[in-house]
Write a protein of this length. Sequence first.
Length: 123
Amino acid sequence: MIFRPLEGMPLVWRIALALMIVALAVILLLILTWAINGEAAGQTVVAPPPGAKSTDTLLLIKLHGPDGQVIYINPMAVVSVRAPRKGDTLGPELKCLLHTMDGKFIAVTEGCDKFVQEAEGGR
């Protein structure tokens, strides 16, 4: 038999050897899964959007919030842009609302045109 050398081995050692073999098999499967699916540590590798210039850099646009604070915005996270409506109670200094993928909005003092120009300039 193939496992004849194991016959004289104590039971504890046999169990330890079996556990090491199972652990190596699991590690091998994880490595293969990572290589095939592009996943590592639970993070999925996402392909860049069509027309993107580079995946090496992250474009952040510098805008200002209602109190003059600096806000750096990733334009890839913005799904829509609009000017405030007359009924919005955000204050007269706010000129644009940026709606993000997570359902939140960011109010900024710059106009929507400035954001759109800078976002298109980074592509």
